[in-house]
Ligand binder design. Structure first.
Ligand code: MG
Ligand code: MG
Length: 253
């Protein structure tokens, strides 16, 4: 069931989103050679609680940490551990928090130092795809328009869309209806209406879109060992268009 949010509810989600944008900004700056993924996890917990929010990932479906960190061929849901980040790594950070009962969910892939040109293009195209998906999320459009915008941009550059993990409605829970796929057809799917709050999160692979789950039960990896990249924002649909709730400047950044 899709629950449209009232403006006072979106006000609370806007605050949650702003706090999460600040947390992710701090974490992104910490991605330097030698830092461990556990260091990032501890920082996430500290930065979230400092802002009177709760780390929503902790215990969510049994997830043991406060942050997902997925490196290179890891796609999503990486569990922070003692791994040290090295120059050239692509480090995907996915984080969620709860403020007064309302969720924000966002993330990004951060390059550690200089990365090769293919990785640079993968980052650029995935971030652009998120922007195009958000730009398609206007009242009167449909979720197929969003998915199509993401998919067309990614595939035009020879990369692939991971199908098994999608965006989602968000609000009182992290994962609400509707599903927000990163592929689709123009004019198809759920109608986008004011009050709809969704997370859009293109997950893009260098090579095959096929993925597998590691023996830890969480970490998703590419089956060909090539790299993956991801960007996510929580947005609210208003009468005057999509509003990004998880950007520092209230824009699409
Ligand atoms: Mg999400
Ligand atoms: Mg997320």
């Amino acid at each position: 069931m899709i629950t449209l949010k009232r403006s006072e509810e979106i006000d609370l989600m806007r605050h949650a989103g702003r706090m999460l944008a600040e947390v992710l900004d701090e974490l992104g700056r910490m991605v330097q050679p030698g830092i461990t993924t556990s260091d990032l996890d501890r920082a996430a917990n500290r930065e979230i609680r400092k802002r009177d929010c709760f780390p929503g990932f902790l215990g969510y479906d049994g997830f043991p940490k406060h942050l997902c960190v997925s490196v290179n061929q890891e796609v999503v849901h990486g569990i922070p551990n003692g791994r040290r980040i090295e120059v050239g790594d692509l480090v995907s950070l996915d984080c969620g928090l709860i403020y007064q009962g309302w969720w924000a969910d966002a993330g990004l892939t951060v390059p550690c130092g200089e990365v090769d040109s293919e990785a640079g293009l993968l980052l650029k195209v995935t971030k652009e795809a998120l922007g195009l998906g958000i730009a398609a999320a206007w009242p009167g459009n449909r979720l197929g328009d969003v998915g199509h915008a993401v998919q067309a941009h990614v595939e035009a550059h020879g990369f692939s869309i991971v199908r098994g993990y999608t965006g989602h409605g968000i609000g009182r829970d992290m994962h609400e209806d509707p599903e927000v796929p990163n592929h689709g057809s123009v004019g198809r799917g759920v109608e986008i209406r004011p009050g709809l709050c969704i997370a859009i999160e293109p997950i893009v692979n260098e090579g095959t879109p096929a993925t597998a789950v590691k023996s830890d039960g969480w970490t998703v990896v590419t089956t060909d060992g090539k790299r993956s990249c991801y960007f996510e924002h929580t947005i609210a649909i208003t009468e005057s268009g999509p509003e990004v709730l998880t950007a520092l400047d209230g824009g699409g950044g």
